[in-house]
Ligand binder design. Sequence first.
Ligand code: DOR
Ligand code: ZN
Ligand code: ZN
Ligand code: ZN
Length: 388
Amino acid sequence: EEIDIKRNIVLPGLIDSHVHFRDPGFPEKETFKTGSIAAACGGFTTVLDMPNTNPPTNTKKEFLEKLKIAEKKSVVDFGLHAGVDDALEIKKIAELKPASFKIYMDLIDDEHLLDIFTEIKRLPEDHLISVHAEDKDTVKECTDKMKSNGSIDPEIYADARPPLAEDIAVLKATSLAKQLNSSIHICHVSTKKSLDIIQEAKGENCRVTSEITPHHLLLDASYFKKCGNIAKTNPPLRDKKYALGVNELEKIDVIGTDHAPHTIPEKEKIVWEAPSGIPNLETTLPLLLTEVNQNKMTFGDIKRLLCEKPAEIFNFKNKGKIAEGMDADFVVVDMKKEGIINPDEFKTKAKYSPFKGFKVKGMPVMTVVRGNVVMDNGEVFENSGKIV
Ligand code: DOR
Ligand code: ZN
Ligand code: ZN
Ligand code: ZN
């Protein structure tokens, strides 16, 4: 069937290397259905889902169960990151070729970190390790200190998980990767210093890549004051002094949204009890196209950061599955279409955003997955996504 794209521009389908679809376990926050519909509306044709569901994706059985859920519900293509818990399960999950093994450094200590790196190194094939880089001890020490001062001002959260916690974790992860010749991907890099550490490690032949979220790229700590817990995320938004921006994009490998939906009642709790996370699937491409319209970014940047690099890093081709860009996954964008970010119009269950009220110019108007139109002018059509 022919598709009329008028005077619009075609880009390769975007890959989101980092989403939390909360399925199984938290249907009030999101499901694979609602999350993947949000992805289609945002111009994403492939998503890689994180393992911190309930149960977490830490065993072969849970991995296969989530695969079944995704196959049944996803309207876009997908892959799954695996959690790490027990050595035997790491071996079993490895056979299923997960997008990566994800390690939350804010939750495990150094000894366990070394064990996991070693287990993954022992596998018969090379596997990527994704890292949430915030050092557990530093986070604990700083959080305890901020809590004990009695303040519940949302702004203090930035000091409860300071840049130092991230910088230390990035240093630890890259040192280990160098020593063991492991391949690692640092999720949501948010400070200039960590990016410098990654650059230096790359220069020393460390196999490390970096990811940035749209909020760490475009916002800073002042939004925590403006939006309260709506802007609460881990790692936190940074003071201008530490924060990264579009000028640093050439040093970054991937933009991943870290789409992390929660409910509004949860977000209305006090700062220490409200969950962290921002839903980004429907705002990312309009925000980035706006940067392109303002000549601060190029289409080439979008293709590299949200398509070519993620496909390469997460090894789509060598998994013997569909190679992205070769299966008619694309997104049509209207560079003249203007709008204002309005969370009430989101398809994700999480109808909030620190980008609320942002003016955008440039929006996805059609998303095509393996030749099937899945979104046309905001309307979504059922399609069964496939594993990549
Ligand atoms: O802000 C965050 N939200 N950071 C994480 O590491 C987890 C995520 C979530 O799952 O909500
Ligand atoms: Zn994370
Ligand atoms: Zn995340
Ligand atoms: Zn595809």
